[in-house]
Each structure stands twice: as structure tokens, then as C-alpha cells.
Design a protein around this ligand. Sequence first.
Ligand SMILES: NC(=O)c1ccc[n+]([C@@H]2O[C@H](COP(=O)([O-])OP(=O)(O)OC[C@H]3O[C@@H](n4cnc5c(N)ncnc54)[C@H](OP(=O)(O)O)[C@@H]3O)[C@@H](O)[C@H]2O)c1
Length: 274
Amino acid sequence: MSTVLITGCGSGFGEALALAFAKRGDNVIATMRRPETAPASIKNLVAERSSAVTIAALDVNDADARRRAVDLALSRFGRLDVLVNSAGVGASGSLEDMPTSTLNTIFATNFFGPLELMRLALPVMRKQGSGRIINITSVASLFSTPFMSAYCASKQALDAASIALDIESRSFGVRVAAIVAGPFKTGLPAKSLDIAPSEPYAATHGHFKGVFAELEKHAAEDLSPLVKTVLAAASEANPSLRYVVGTDGIPFIPGLLKALEPEQIFALRLTGQQ
Ligand SMILES: NC(=O)c1ccc[n+]([C@@H]2O[C@H](COP(=O)([O-])OP(=O)(O)OC[C@H]3O[C@@H](n4cnc5c(N)ncnc54)[C@H](OP(=O)(O)O)[C@@H]3O)[C@@H](O)[C@H]2O)c1
């Protein structure tokens, strides 16, 4: 039985993952910004398994709340085996039009918050001699699209940190994996911090929005492949650096991953681990 701390459990992947880890018999700290608006599924879970599942308030941009969430895992269950960074926020708009405050929110939520949680979890896991950190990145961590520069950059930053941390912490028994997810139907688009285009970008942005809306229509309803992938990343003896899921509609992903294959060998050699 593992103790699992998950961010962004108020909807989407985080909610589905909290339910799945609990079903597997793990202890779960299901965190979200506003526990008072927790989905019924999570409230029911807590009612059924109150000794093993708890809801905790965590805005990933709040340093005190991050510390409290990790402390809660330790005080309640005595350890922290798995951290899943699922909380995230989308944004679209031209880089020129994007307010600095939006850029800051995207990077704080999708990169710095998860990064600081990893930095809190790492010493705990290092002392335990084991631990797993799972970061939900995105296909946007492998390539960039126009009008999504901030989101892509934040996910690419998270991918870079995941890979580096995995190599840095392997000898302590701590492994880090990035989940490169394709499009799934969740609460993400409705909460996306979208910025209307100024006149010079109106035509290209309009075209982008049309193509993107079409892609979103075909996003997968069933989150179970994502859940299965995360459970595998959390429990496989020798996890991959990246797990790809839901990307069948993007034909060039296998080529990008193939090109990245030497990365791990290079990183292990750099640290004398191969
Ligand atoms: N759905 C996709 O197609 C897709 C594809 C690739 C990657 N992803 C990534 O998957 C992760 C989960 O997203 P999702 O698709 O499940 O969308 P979602 O349903 O919107 O879930 C994201 C959750 O993050 C929470 N959140 C936002 N800002 C937060 C903060 N500062 N602190 C704590 N929680 C915060 C949101 O809670 P509030 O209700 O409080 O805003 C929401 O519950 C994200 O990192 C996203 O980038 C999604």
C-alpha cells in the first residue's frame, strides 16, 4: 500500500487518479484549491474510506499550503510514496497580447508549483529510500504550437525538470516520470486563460481557434487510458522517463520520441551511472 498525494483533484485527471489510487487500496491525499467544492465522487470516496482517503486544500502556488500538504501525508500516513502533479491551467493567445500576469500564472501553476512540491517530496522520499514523482506534462512538452506559447513553454520546462530530477535522484531510489498526454475531455478548455487577439493577429488566431476547436471535439471522453498509464508509471520497477498516452491523432509523436532516445544514455553517462 502506498501513500499518494495528488494535486488538482477537483476535476479531470486529478479526480480520476484519486479514485483509481484509492480503488487500488492506496492511502490518498486528494488536494484541490477549494475542498468545499470537491466533486461528489471524491466526497463519497472519503465517506467510504475515511481512514485511507483525505481531502486537503492546496493551491500549488501557495508555499505554506504546499508544505502543509506534504506534512499531512507524513503526520497522517507516516510516509509519501507517490506525488502526482496534475494541477494545471491552459492559456491561449499571441505572445504579444498575453498579459504578464497571465504568463506568471501559467508558469507558477504548471511549472514552479509542481517544481516546489517535488523539492519538498524529494528529501522525504530520499530518506525513505524510495518514491515516485509523476508529472502530468502534455504533448505540448514535446513541441510548440502558435498561440499557446506560455502553456507549451511551461510544460517543456516541467518536462526538462522531470528528466533531470529522475537522473539526479535514481541512486536514492526515487524516480520521476512525465506523462505526455494527448487531448482528453476535461475541465481544462473551459478554465483556459484565453486572451482575445489584437487586430494584427486576428486572421491567424481565428484560423488557429477553428482548427483547435475541431481537435477538441475529437478529444477522448474516456480517461481510463490516462489513469492506467499513471498507475503503471507509479508502480513499474523500472519506469520510463516519459509515458505517452492519447496521442494517436498526432502522427509525428513517435518520431519525436525516437529522436529523444539518446537523452537518457547521455544523462546517465554524465553522472557516471552508465
Ligand atoms: N485534458 C487534456 O487534454 C490534457 C492534455 C495534456 C495535459 N493535460 C494536463 O493535465 C493536467 C490536468 O488537467 P485536466 O485535463 O484534468 O484539466 P482540469 O479538469 O481543468 O483539471 C485541472 C485542475 O487543476 C486545478 N488547478 C488549477 N490551478 C490550480 C492551482 N493553482 N492549484 C491547485 N490546483 C489548480 C483546477 O482546479 P480549479 O477548479 O481550482 O481551477 C483543476 O481541478 C493539467 O496539468 C493539464 O495541463 C491535460
